[in-house]
Design a protein around this ligand. Structure first.
Ligand code: R5P
Length: 243
């Protein structure tokens, strides 16, 4: 399991807070990463105590963890077809989340960057299909303006063409390399990842459209207008920002 900055206690509070909102009978999208893993473990505990849910995994890693935790699983095709139950709620992490001011109504949940674990293509499928999408994060992920490099999953044959297109829009692409093998990271879908630095992203919606319409791009890690709630675990509790 990939880990990231931020304390594990804060991640656990965030994951468990979101897991507590899941109700009996629901179909639950199971996110990827070290924060979502806490939600999966808590859901596994609740299943052990009688909660009746089915999970839809977003990656090889989340499927494996959910199976270890005793959560019954559905494929996305089984959950999202015409006569299928649908996905009631998805719980997933983020690499960066824009949280707005909201002095009167509390903080507001804005766009996200995801894909630090190269799982963003399946995550976006599941998170977008869910009736409620809950993001779980620690305070190191919050920012007023997104500015982390955006993970872009590309067809292997499109790697150079997509890199050129990214440069043409002012971005700087870097092929993601594996830490424990000589060569690139290969996604669960058999593709490559370009981490594309754009500096401060003033218009995430426009960038999302540009990347989505670039030939060779399978999926990018900008998630716009998808998050319903962001559960931010702190050293002492949990803050919830809403859309
Ligand atoms: O591809 C991976 C996912 O988008 C993760 O949800 C994201 O990288 C956050 O992971 P973590 O909770 O480990 O920081």
């Amino acid at each position: 399991m990939k880990t990231s900055g931020g304390s594990d206690a804060a991640k656990r509070r965030a994951g468990e807070s979101a897991a507590e909102t899941v109700a009996d009978g629901e179909v639950v999208g199971l996110g990827t990463g070290s924060t979502a893993a806490h939600a999966i473990r808590r859901l596994g505990d609740r299943v052990g105590s009688g909660l009746d849910i089915r999970g839809v995994a977003t990656s090889f890693a989340s499927r494996e963890l959910a199976a270890d935790c005793g959560i019954p699983l559905l494929d996305l095709d089984e959950a999202a077809g015409p006569d299928a139950p649908g996905i009631d709620v998805a719980i997933d992490g983020a690499d960066q989340v824009a949280v707005g001011g909201g002095e009167d109504d509390g903080p507001t949940a804005g766009p996200l960057i995801k894909g630090g674990g190269a799982a963003h293509a399946r995550e976006k499928l599941v998170d977008a299909a869910a009736d409620r999408f809950l993001v779980v994060a620690d305070p190191s992920k919050e920012t007023p303006v997104l500015d982390r490099p955006v993970p872009v999953e590309v067809l292997p044959a499109g790697r150079t063409a997509v890199a050129e297109a990214v440069r043409a829009t002012g971005g700087e692409p870097a092929l993601r390399r594996a830490e424990r093998k000589d060569g690139p990271v290969v996604t669960d879908n058999g593709n490559l990842v370009l981490d594309c630095a754009f500096g401060a992203i003033d218009d995430p919606g426009a960038l999302a459209t540009t990347l989505a319409t670039t030939p060779g791009v399978v999926e990018h890690g900008v998630f716009v207008d998808l998050a319903d709630e962001v559960h931010v675990g702190t050293e002492t509790g949990v803050r919830v920002a809403r859309r």
